[in-house]
Design a binder for this molecule. Structure first.
Ligand code: NAP
Length: 241
């Protein structure tokens, strides 16, 4: 199809699966991430172009946008994760610690998408798409991660109304539990994993390909009238009705 596709957080997990899916259909794909070594390894493996970039850093995002070239067709805001899993759990955290933890999740999930989208918006050609990855956690998690992903869904709806007149769509995908990623940092207990699977209607964890195929569809010709939406990909663990 010959589109140009940018996938932030494309060095691992869901971003890697999404990048590989677009590449397999002949698109030119650029992936970003902070870990340059891993990004380069992934890029070589799936035949895409790596640009090292911390999507929460405005100057790095501006430089990445410069390196990208003038045109873009699909932006996938995948970079993110639950930053609470990167720090030891604090018992009775101070307000300072609460603030730091909340800001980390808002930076990692909201700012990464907002900065990247803002930096590349004028490159997106008519018929293009912005696809931002949220989470089932936005529906019921009492955490900064859930709140950050909920903010992304609201922001996506507003973005859709802004970019619609330019022939662009903007949607969010909210995955449930997806196995085979680094998301849980090795901290997912067997009991919790079983509970997450038991909460689905189809009795299985999601696979990265579930998200890759949904992303690919949202960027396709057949999805041009789908915009401003959150698509839940969770095996029924959360239903919208
Ligand atoms: N796996 C699940 O069950 C699940 C469920 C719901 C939602 N999600 C969401 O899906 C997305 C992908 O996560 P994953 O499951 O594939 O986990 P993952 O394997 O940990 O992937 C996260 C990716 O984001 C990149 N990243 C994080 N912060 C970044 C930043 N500031 N700038 C650039 N890249 C950044 C990481 O690369 P670097 O470390 O190299 O920067 C990594 O490649 C996340 O937004 C996550 O919240 C995942």
């Amino acid at each position: 199809m010959g589109r140009i596709v940018l996938v932030t957080g494309g060095g691992s997990g869901l971003g890697k699966a999404v990048a590989a899916r677009f590449r397999a259909s002949g698109d030119t794909v650029i992936i970003t991430g902070r870990n340059a070594d891993r990004l380069a390894r992934t890029a070589a493996e799936i035949d895409v172009r790596p640009i090292t970039c911390d999507a929460a850093d405005p100057s790095q995002v501006a430089q990445m946008a410069d390196e990208l070239g003038p045109d873009l067709d699909v932006l996938v805001n995948m970079a993110g994760g639950n930053t609470d899993l990167d720090r030891p759990e604090a018992q009775n955290p101070s307000l300072e610690q609460v603030m730091t933890a909340w800001r980390a999740n808002l930076d990692a999930n909201v700012l990464t998408a907002v900065l990247t989208t803002t930096a590349v918006l004028d490159k997106l050609r008519p018929g293009g798409s912005v696809i931002t990855v949220g989470s089932i956690g936005a529906e019921h998690a009492a955490s900064s991660y859930g709140a950050a992903k909920a903010a992304l869904a609201a922001w996506t709806a507003g973005l859709s109304s802004e970019v619609g007149p330019q022939g662009l769509t903007a949607n969010s995908i909210a995955p449930g539990y997806i196995a085979e990623t680094d998301f849980f940092r090795g901290k997912l207990s067997e009991q919790r994993r079983t509970a997450l699977i038991d909460a689905t209607h189809n009795g299985r964890a999601g696979h990265p390909s579930d998200i890759a195929e949904t992303t690919f569809f949202l960027a396709s010709e057949g999805a041009r009238h789908i915009t401003g939406q959150t698509l839940h990909v969770n095996g029924g663990a959360h239903t919208t009705r």
